[in-house]
Design a protein around this ligand. Structure first.
Ligand SMILES: [Zn+2]
Length: 199
């Protein structure tokens, strides 16, 4: 009986094998050449040329903001800060990076506070106003996203500032890290920026 069972099982196996189709499953053929992801032209970082001014020793942080407006420029924010807010020093940021509405997409505008190495008016915290370099990206990143060119140039700008001022990457912060605010908006990809700075 036991032998019979083994035999039946063996025949079953053979029968099973015989039913396997002979043709092999064809897998998609491998790509003929490696996939190369070309950087898009518009994402190429510009070669920044921050005006060479004697850099003060005080800078310790970089603070990133959004304008919370769909358009803008250094001039527009300067007017707003000077006239509407009544700040004598005008534009509170050191740099403004445009989004194509009001100034060029990714255009880095250098504020007079950077040229004169004077403190900012952007952080709402004395330490970060005195020692933080304020960069404002035009846009409302609660609703929209920064453009690829804005991001590329932001990273290029921060890198240059880090070299000039010896600011470590952990001191590159968002406005909301230091004050109760949404700035620079929930869609701002902070960790992408950090990852690129650490590369
Ligand atoms: Zn802010």
């Amino acid at each position: 009986m036991q032998r019979l069972l083994v035999l039946v099982f063996f025949v079953f196996l053979l029968g099973g094998c015989a039913e396997v189709p002979k043709e092999t499953v064809s897998l998609p053929s491998p790509a003929k050449r490696p996939l190369v992801i070309e950087p898009k032209k518009e994402e190429t970082p510009i070669v920044l040329s921050i005006p060479r001014v004697p850099v003060a020793k005080k800078w310790k942080y970089v603070v990133v903001h959004h304008s919370a407006s769909p358009s803008g420029s250094a001039d527009a924010f300067d007017y707003f800060h000077r006239v509407k807010r009544g700040w004598e020093g005008g534009l509170g940021y050191h740099f403004v990076i445009g989004n194509g509405h009001g100034s060029g997409d990714g255009q880095v505008e250098v504020g007079h506070r950077w040229l004169y190495q004077s403190h900012g008016a952007h952080a709402g915290q004395a330490e970060y106003n005195q020692r933080g370099i304020g960069i404002c990206l035009v846009g409302n990143f609660e609703e929209d996203y920064p453009s690829p060119q804005q991001m590329a140039n932001l990273v290029a700008l921060i890198r240059e500032l880090q070299q000039l001022c010896d600011v470590p990457s952990e001191n590159v912060v968002l406005h909301r890290h230091i004050r109760d605010t949404e700035c620079p908006g929930r869609n701002f990809p902070y960790y992408e920026v950090l990852a690129q700075l650490l590369r």
